[in-house]
Ligand binder design. Structure first.
Ligand code: GLN
Length: 204
């Protein structure tokens, strides 16, 4: 099967490679434009979106990545990766680059006003066999979604305060993103969903 990549500039790279490999994928770290050109899909891990934005530029990956996304490459962003994929990020540094592959506005460090990190069980559209354990670490949430964006998960009503009901997983065509960290729990169902998107794309 076609190789898939994990953007390997910063953040939870080995955990994502492990999860993809556990699903049977040929998963590779991507640091150079030539490596990006070889993969059929890309995971953008969590980390720190301002730093990732700068590193994308320094490694000359920003424009090649924008081009691949425009051409329909499947991608899966988690946390900082979701922020980068968004069209707009609130509370981000003004010079932070947005890839604009998802027609969403995210709020950076949104949960930070209540709690830095927390975990909860989420029902996620397209994921079968029970809820997903979602680990949020200085996570964003999605403030608004454009018309082509499918909401995959919201913070349940059992979580009190402002976070309740906030959108934390989305999909638009071949691009999906979660505000939480699916690589932290040993549950590779979201990676598997992403890999299905890659296979669908490769075979059509
Ligand atoms: N708070 C980070 C940011 O704004 C994201 C945190 C994460 O990826 N775990 O980029």
């Amino acid at each position: 099967s076609a190789p898939v990549g994990v953007l390997a500039l910063q953040g939870n790279v080995p955990e994502h490679l492990d999860a993809l490999r556990a699903c049977g994928a040929d998963a590779r770290p991507v640091r150079r434009p030539s490596e990006l050109a070889e993969v059929a899909g890309l995971v953008l891990p969590g980390g720190e979106s301002t730093t990732l934005s700068k590193l994308l530029e320094a490694f000359e990956l920003l424009e090649p990545l924008r081009e691949r996304l425009r051409a329909g490459m499947p991608a899966f962003g988690s946390c900082a990766g979701m922020i980068l994929l968004a069209r707009e990020a609130v509370d981000a540094r003004p010079d932070q680059h947005q890839l604009g592959a998802l027609d969403i506005t995210v709020r950076r460090n949104a949960f930070g006003r209540q709690v830095q990190s927390f975990e909860t069980d989420l029902a996620v559209t397209g994921i079968h066999g029970g809820p997903v354990r979602a680990v949020f670490i200085r996570a964003p949430w999605v403030e608004s979604t454009g018309r082509g964006v499918e909401v995959l998960a919201r913070v349940p009503g059992s979580v009190r305060g402002e976070a309740s009901g906030k959108v934390v997983a989305v999909r638009q065509g071949p691009v999906m993103a979660t505000a939480f960290h699916p690589e932290q729990t040993g549950d590779a169902r979201l990676h598997d969903l992403f890999l299905r998107q890659v296979r669908d794309r490769v075979s059509t």
